[in-house]
Design a protein around this ligand. Structure first.
Ligand SMILES: [Zn+2]
Length: 183
């Protein structure tokens, strides 16, 4: 995993790029939850499920199928009356899938079962600059945690903030002026 904060931050940046108007608080909370939800699979360790199995860590919950299902479920459950519900379903699916994408940039653990349940193969990006986050909380407070934070700031937070800024600037410059009314 990348750290929980980084997954949530990345989803928030995606939300900022997606939202064209003021969004309700639940939009932001659900974006962050979708982005961290795949790591709920760490409970698999407690049940003795092997890491490399289909339902082990970075297994099915990190797949594109899971991301699509969760995105549709969240939009259906929490935005039942929204006119842009389909777009929201796509957005929440992408927010969930962003988790797998960030994990695929990390330099440790096993890869991500992107195509589960059809394939158990684990995938990484060829370029993996992000220091892998420890699974236990205790190891996070120390040298390892510091290395994780620094690499995530450099390789995730900075590019995400830069990308969001570009989208917002582009949107502002291309926004059409509202028609003036009056005599
Ligand atoms: Zn993960």
């Amino acid at each position: 995993m990348a750290s929980v904060f980084t997954h949530a931050f990345f989803a928030a940046a995606m939300g900022g790029a997606f939202a064209r108007r003021r969004m309700p608080a639940r939009f932001w909370v659900l974006s962050a939850l979708c982005a961290v939800a795949p790591d709920a699979d760490v409970v698999a360790f407690a049940f003795g499920v092997p890491y490399g199995g289909m339902f082990g860590h970075r297994g099915f919950t990190h797949s594109l199928v899971f991301a699509a299902l969760l995105g549709v479920a969240v939009a259906a459950a929490f935005f039942r009356d929204a006119a842009n519900r389909a777009a929201l379903a796509v957005f929440f699916s992408l927010a969930t899938a962003s988790h797998a994408a960030l994990d695929m940039l990390t330099n440790g653990g096993l890869g991500v079962a992107l195509l589960a349940p059809f394939s158990a193969r684990r995938h990484f990006f060829p370029f993996r600059p992000v220091e892998v986050s420890p699974i236990g909380v205790a190891e996070f407070f120390g040298e390892w945690g510091l290395a994780v934070i620094l690499s995530e700031l450099l390789w995730v937070w900075l590019p995400a903030a830069f990308g969001l800024a570009l989208v917002l600037i582009f949107r502002r410059t291309t926004q059409t002026e509202p028609p003036r009314t009056g005599a």
